[in-house]
Design a protein around this ligand. Structure first.
Ligand code: DGJ
Length: 729
């Protein structure tokens, strides 16, 4: 609910459990007055304190009132060059060379339903589900207007934000920074949690108390990156899964981002999130506007689990679009780890046949299906089926797969080109590359300049021919390197600061074109696993390959970190062969199964090479996943232990929204001799229900299972799995 008091300049956003408030003061400076537990309302600006602070300057209109300084006030969208020395939200360069943005409130607008952002991913909600507030700010000297957008999703406790900057004057200006979100707190006793790592070790949580100065994570790789996820949490020092105030913030963007928190000299703190200012410069001619990507906020007053549940709900209900919003995802078999580039049609069909007999639903042909692609040195860009590997093309292969009762899907990497390709020979200038410089290779490939429409049009046409040649129902959209040599032949020298963002807009535009022309196509995002795992991609690709690391034990950590923001229905997770390709570790088929089952489930191995006993296990796993699909993909996810702590096991649970059903999973760590008997305390159950365990004789009240716990059997082996299904009577 949005409550506006025009006379007082007071704007209050209420969600089910939270309240967010801003106030335009008598100088029309927009102050941030409150974000936290839901309160009745009233004017919270009494919390804003004024005092003379040395070296904190005062705007001219306050005269000699030294108590009033932008340097000390909590601001809604921080200014630049006028006395607030903390992180700015905007950096404007005017024609005269000045770098000042002094924003004052001028008005507001409220609309039913959620705003959308042209060309950009964004949460959506109809008139029943969401409301929009727009606040208008202006720098009168620069004649630049800023519209601050707020989307309020009451049920999910979600508040989205974006900003639109317009040059209303007669001279060009240059935008060097424009954040999506600025959030000021009049306290600094907070912890920052970021989700960090690298290729094959993505999204490991790092938690540190705020220290004076700026702490930041971000990416300048052209993708959101494996190194830092565009999702951060600020929380009470003592916040845990079940207790404490937590603020989660996610960028709905897949390119360069920055999330920076500053703890000031006065023990206040500020979070800003937006496009990374690195190599960003956007000229605005008179009348032109720039719209930032969206950022999404969830505040939980009772710990990290609630924050997670609200993000999961918001992503499932208001970000993943039809037809995959709510739809079941197929159990897939992917041939990559089984064959890499070396396969032919018969090999693929034999893998598919075995998978179909065990219960899989979709066969995915990975990299290596197109001409001149026997290694990663060549072929990208020439999207023509290799007739040597697949005689008769997809027209011949796909019916063979469909006849087995499987749907067919395939891998593509549209943004890339190999130097050894016809496309590159014909259009060397279509790759990002600075004039007069040798190119930097990544996985021996170059990046196509997706900021250029003609490049995207060409790729779309060639891929369209392939997709239209057969019954293709799924694509895995891969992206296997970071952007370097970022220079576009399509833009003049003074507009090269647009290329990183225009590249991302180009990727979104092409994804949207596929969605429009192939509305039933399921697109799985991928960037060497989880290098572009963000809410921006999820708007187009309802699931994303979580990591190239398929080792079940490493996956416990990767999926744990990922779960803080992203629901199971978005996390591609497959059972692969042992010894594992990344770690050399051998764990049982059961263990690999229960870990992969907590995502969008599949197999990535040659199932012909499994033993009859393993095949039986696989049949049961797939049956179980199908039976518990709704519970896993739509239930509330509870992290019961932290796999980064050296505990005896990692445990998690999926609990249905009505709390009548739960699937509890556990994998032991490294065990030692003479282990004690252990008890697992479960979360999320209804204390007043009685739950039957695994359809057997055991029945326990919910409060007993949550407070006293479930007595685990003696688990002696390393990496041993254990699962409990609870059903309310
Ligand atoms: C990287 C992906 O993450 C893998 O799953 C696989 O598709 C390879 N690329 C193929 O080149």
């Amino acid at each position: 609910m949005i409550v506006c008091d025009k006379k007082e300049g007071l704007f209050t956003l209420h969600t089910r459990n939270t309240t967010y408030q801003m106030k335009a003061d008598s100088y029309r400076v927009l102050l941030h007055t409150y974000y936290g537990a839901r309160i009745v309302g009233g004017d919270l600006s009494y919390l804003v304190r004024y005092t003379d602070r040395g070296f904190s300057p005062n705007p001219s209109e306050v005269g000699h009132n030294r108590d009033y300084s932008l340097d000390t006030l909590p601001q809604e969208y921080s200014t630049c060059g006028v006395g607030d020395f903390r992180i700015p939200s905007i950096d404007l360069e005017l024609e005269d060379g000045s770098r000042i943005a002094d924003l004052r409130y001028t008005g507001f607008e409220v609309k039913k339903g959620k705003y959308s952002l042209e060309g950009l991913p964004a949460f959506f909600g109809d008139e029943e589900q969401a409301e929009t507030l727009v606040l208008f700010l202006e720098d009168t000297a620069a004649q630049v207007g800023v519209e601050l957008y707020y989307g309020v999703f009451e049920q999910c406790d979600l508040i989205t934000r974006a900003a639109r900057i317009t040059n209303r004057g007669g001279h060009p200006v240059r935008l060097r920074r424009a954040t999506s979100l600025c959030l000021d707190f009049q306290r600094a006793d907070l912890d920052l949690i970021t989700f960090d790592g690298g290729h094959v070790i993505e999204r490991c949580p790092t938690r540190t108390p705020l220290r004076q100065g700026v702490q930041s994570v971000g990416s300048v790789r052209g993708t959101s990156s494996h190194q830092h996820n565009p999702f951060v949490v600020l929380c009470d020092h003592d916040a845990n899964e079940d207790y404490g105030l937590c603020y989660g913030a996610a960028m709905v963007y897949s390119g360069n981002f920055e999330a920076a928190v500053e703890r000031s000299q006065f023990e206040s703190s500020r979070l800003v999130m937006g496009i990374n200012p690195y190599h960003f410069c956007w000229p605005l001619n008179p009348g032109e506007s720039f719209t930032t990507p969206e950022a999404a906020l969830v505040c939980s007053t009772c710990g990290l689990a609630r924050m997670t549940h609200q993000f999961h709900r918001a992503i499932r209900e208001h970000l993943i679009r039809d037809p995959y919003h709510g739809a079941r995802r197929p159990v897939l078999i992917n041939n990559w780890e089984a064959t890499e580039f070396h396969f032919d049609a018969d090999m693929l069909v034999s893998i598919a046949k075995e998978a179909a007999s065990l219960g899989a639903e979709l066969f995915v042909m990975d990299d290596g299906w197109f001409t001149n692609r026997d290694s990663d040195l060549s072929g990208l860009g020439d999207w023509v089926v290799d007739q040597n590997k697949l005689p008769g093309g997809l027209e011949a292969l796909v019916p063979r797969i469909n006849d087995l009762g499987l749907r067919f899907g395939m891998w593509i990497e549209p943004e890339m080109v190999s130097e050894d390709s016809q496309l590159y020979r014909d259009h060397p200038d279509w790759a990002l590359r600075a004039p007069g410089r040798a190119q930097t290779r990544g996985r021996s490939q170059l990046v196509l300049d997706f900021s250029r429409k003609e490049v995207r049009d060409h790729i779309y046409q060639v891929l369209k021919e392939v997709l239209s040649s057969a019954n293709v129902t799924y694509i895995k959209w891969d992206m296997n390197r970071s952007l370097s040599d970022v220079w576009s032949a399509g833009l003049p020298a003074n507009r090269q600061g647009e290329v990183f963002h225009r590249y991302m807009l180009g990727v979104y535009e092409l994804l949207e074109r596929f969605r429009r022309d192939y509305p039933d196509l399921l697109i799985e995002g991928c960037s060497g696993g989880g290098g572009r795992f963000d809410t921006g991609m999820l708007y187009y690709t309802p699931q994303i390959w979580c990591s190239d690391n398929t080792d079940a034990i490493d996956r416990l950590r990767i999926q744990y970190g990922t779960s803080f923001c992203y629901p199971a229905s978005t996390m591609g997770a497959h059972v692969s062969a042992v010894p594992n390709g990344q770690t050399g570790r051998c764990v049982s088929m059961e263990t690999r199964g229960i870990v992969a089952m907590s995502g969008t489930f599949g197999y990535e191995m040659d199932l012909n090479e499994t033993t009859p006993e393993e095949k039986e296990i696989i049949v049961r796993q797939i049956e179980k996943y199908k039976a518990y699909y709704d519970l896993i993909q739509r239930g509330d996810y509870y992290r019961l232990t932290d796999p980064f702590e050296d505990g005896p096991y990692t445990a998690w649970a999926h609990v249905s929204e009505d709390r009548r059903e739960a699937l509890v999973s556990l994998v032991t760590g490294t065990m030692h001799a003479a282990p004690p008997f252990r008890v697992l305390r479960i979360k999320g159950l209804d204390p007043s229900f009685c739950y039957r365990v695994n359809d057997g004789e055991e029945v326990y009240p919910g409060d007993v299972l949550m407070q006293a716990g479930y007595p685990l059997p003696m688990l002696k082996d390393d990496y041993q799995p254990f699962q409990l299904h609870l059903k309310a009577e």
